[in-house]
Write a protein that binds this ligand. Structure first.
Ligand SMILES: Cc1cc2nc3c(=O)[nH]c(=O)nc-3n(C[C@H](O)[C@H](O)[C@H](O)COP(=O)(O)OP(=O)(O)OC[C@H]3O[C@@H](n4cnc5c(N)ncnc54)[C@H](O)[C@@H]3O)c2cc1C
Ligand SMILES: *[C@@H]1O[C@H](CO)[C@@H](O)[C@H](O)[C@H]1NC(C)=O
Ligand SMILES: *[C@@H]1O[C@H](CO)[C@@H](O)[C@H](O)[C@H]1NC(C)=O
Ligand SMILES: *[C@@H]1O[C@H](CO)[C@@H](O)[C@H](O)[C@H]1NC(C)=O
Ligand SMILES: *[C@@H]1O[C@H](CO)[C@@H](O)[C@H](O)[C@H]1NC(C)=O
Ligand SMILES: *[C@@H]1O[C@H](CO)[C@@H](O)[C@H](O)[C@H]1NC(C)=O
Length: 525
């Protein structure tokens, strides 16, 4: 349905766009003395494709049918961003802003309304750490790996509570909340943002004081490409001990054992110390000799302390796992970021700076669980995992609780706080480009999601905006419907959705910054 619409719109707008394209380029060059032409890529530039593809992280949006931007501006400074905003407005072009490019639905570099322009922030990625004040200013084109590396250069006992994958961009990630392996101790990334630099729809550069607390609240989790272009965040760093402990214990289980252990985990996490983070990756293992389905569950943890205390806590709260000292590795927090990103042991910290990412086709969905899932329900999950023949189909269960329970739902747009037992991410990954494969895996994950309905949060069934999922609903093209947006909006933001709409109405009433799932303004009539 959507791909068809894409192609349709694309071909009709092509002719008219040629002129607009020229006018737009002239506008950009006239706006600016900052040699902007060195950072403007159109399809006639030989490096256009490589610049576009460099930060595409989902091969589903890397095909010949994917709509491509008319222009990519790899801005070097604020003036380049301001000029692009102004000229796009003048010539009626949509804008997409890209930081790390990890958007699950490719919204940072694909637009259904064409022609469009991509502002790519890859060149704006300075990380400046102030150890004495325990703060950092980071430009939003920085990846999380670059942020962690920059902090570690100055201190091994300061950290920032943001995501696990080092190539995720600070721009999109923090705009959507930012969960991490220290969230049970410190909450999420947006709970530690203390200032920001934003370019608004009028091209003004705003900081926390000049944007006001409503807008500052909204940009901390209300989703990217909605309120303006965030150029930089000011982080409040958090203390971590010099030694932390990690483990990744894999259990290959018959269906029966898997059910028991995973079922028990749901009760154990309620008792976990805030220093202990826990996640389970669940996927299908090879069948055993009798041809029985085997489920593999990798119990992965980061503990903010040494191994001895960890072992005694685990003995108290989750003895069924049978964790032993040999499973555990002590290291610094920065080394744990390398470990969790699954680089080989003892890799140099330099791997955090790499933007290389192996390409695959990917679909993800999310859920929040508020009551333990009954044992019987797991059987249906194992069955579905075992039926799909694919490179990887998995569920990730991430324990909430701890500090997350103490932060009010309305304190930032991210509402999944007290009452959340754990989060689920469903993911399916494959390598072959084919319409059949895409259709097959799309329907597989939708069916699993539907199967899970009775076992997850209700009214609304919550979802995490950073695991963007257009199946939850999309805005109308061309005009805005509050009612339509409230369907996906309340899933991502619960009651915060209304406040986000009010902020949006105040700062961008004409809905210049938008995409299929951006907060709409209220109509002015
Ligand atoms: C392998 C992998 C691991 C992940 N791990 C985690 C995790 O541990 N925790 C977690 O919370 N999430 C995680 N995510 C999800 C990730 O946080 C989101 O996909 C996030 O939106 C990506 O940000 P980005 O800058 O890389 O993406 P982009 O695609 O560049 O941007 C995402 C959205 O934000 C907008 N945007 C980007 N930059 C700006 C800006 N400067 N100003 C305004 N809008 C902007 C874009 O237009 C787009 O709408 C993971 C994703 C992947 C693929
Ligand atoms: C792209 O081509 C145009 C026209 O030749 C040129 O002005 C511009 O500098 C090129 N862009 C880059 C990044 O080289
Ligand atoms: C996109 O396609 C190009 C080749 O056309 C390839 O080199 C690149 O790895 C692909 N990237 C992704 C994420 O699929
Ligand atoms: C801490 O921040 C304040 C305010 O920004 C600044 O004046 C001061 O110099 C900083 N302290 C140090 C030690 O850098
Ligand atoms: C945990 O172990 C599993 C099974 O060996 C492996 O696939 C996974 O990559 C490991 N995870 C981490 C974080 O090391
Ligand atoms: C990693 O380094 C530590 C300490 O330098 C060493 O004891 C250990 O054997 C190394 N591990 C691997 C897998 O090389």
């Amino acid at each position: 349905m959507i791909p068809f619409l894409l192609i349709f719109l694309f071909s009709f707008s092509r002719v008219a766009s040629a002129d607009r394209h020229e006018d737009f380029l002239q506008c950009l060059e006239s706006q600016n003395f900052n040699s902007i032409s060195k950072v403007i890529y159109t399809p006639i530039n030989s490096s256009y494709s490589s610049v576009l593809q460099f930060s595409i992280r989902n091969s589903r949006f890397n095909t010949s049918a994917t709509p491509k931007p008319l222009v990519i501006v790899t801005a070097l400074n604020v003036a380049h961003i301001q000029a692009t905003i102004r000229c796009s407005q003048k010539h009626g072009l949509e804008i997409r802003v890209r930081s790390g490019g990890h958007d699950y639905e490719g919204l940072s570099y694909v637009a259904v309304i064409v022609p469009f322009v991509v502002i790519d922030l890859i060149n704006m990625r300075t990380v400046t750490v102030d150890v004495a004040n325990k703060t950092a200013w980071i430009q939003t084109g920085a990846t999380l790996g670059e942020v962690y590396y920059g902090i570690a250069e100055k201190s091994r006992t300061l950290a920032f509570p943001a995501g696990v994958c080092p190539t995720v961009g600070a721009g999109g990630h923090i705009s959507g909340g930012g969960t991490s392996m220290i969230m049970r101790k410190y909450g999420i990334a947006v709970d530690h943002i203390i200032d920001a630099q934003l370019i608004d729809v009028k091209g003004r550069i705003l900081d926390r004081a000049s944007m006001g607390e409503d807008l500052f609240w909204a940009i901390r989790g209300g989703g990217g490409n909605t309120f303006g272009v965030v150029v930089a965040w000011k982080l409040e760093l958090v203390p971590v001990p010099a030694i932390v402990t990690v483990f990744n214990v894999t259990r290959i289980l018959t269906e029966q054992d898997a059910t028991e252990l995973v079922h028990r985990w749901q009760y154990a996490i309620e008792k976990f110390d805030d220093d202990l983070f826990s996640r389970i990756f669940i996927y299908r293992a090879n069948s055993n000799q009798e041809g029985k389905i085997m489920i593999q569950a990798a119990f992965t943890s980061l503990f903010l302390g040494g191994v001895d205390r960890l072992l005694s806590l685990m003995q108290e709260s989750f003895p069924e796992l049978g964790l032993v000292k040999e499973d555990c590795i002590e290291m610094s927090w920065i080394e744990s970021t390398v470990y969790s990103a699954q680089f080989p042991r003892n890799s140099s910290l330099d791997v955090l700076l790499s933007r290389r990412y192996s390409s695959s086709f990917f679909i993800g969905k999310s859920d929040f669980v508020t009551e333990p899932i009954p044992e019987i329900a797991f059987e249906g999950i194992w069955e579905r995992l075992s039926q799909v023949g694919v490179h990887l189909a998995e569920l990730q269960f991430t324990a909430y609780g701890g500090k997350m329970d103490e932060i009010a739902e309305s304190s930032t747009p991210f509402p999944h706080r007290a009452g959340t037992l754990f989060q689920i991410q469903y993911a399916i990954i494959w390598f072959e480009e084919s319409i059949e494969a895409d259709a097959k895996y799309t329907s597989w994950i939708r069916e699993l999601y539907s199967y899970m309905t009775p076992y997850v949060s209700k009214k609304p069934r919550q979802a995490y905006v950073n695991y963007r999922d257009l199946d939850l609903g999309v805005n109308n093209l061309g005009y805005t419907s509050y009612k339509q947006a409230s369907i996906w909006g309340t899933k991502y933001f619960k009651n915060n959705f209304d406040r986000l709409v009010h902020v949006k109405t105040a700062v961008d009433p004409a809905n210049f910054f938008r995409n299929e799932q951006s907060i709409p303004p209220l109509p002015s009539w």
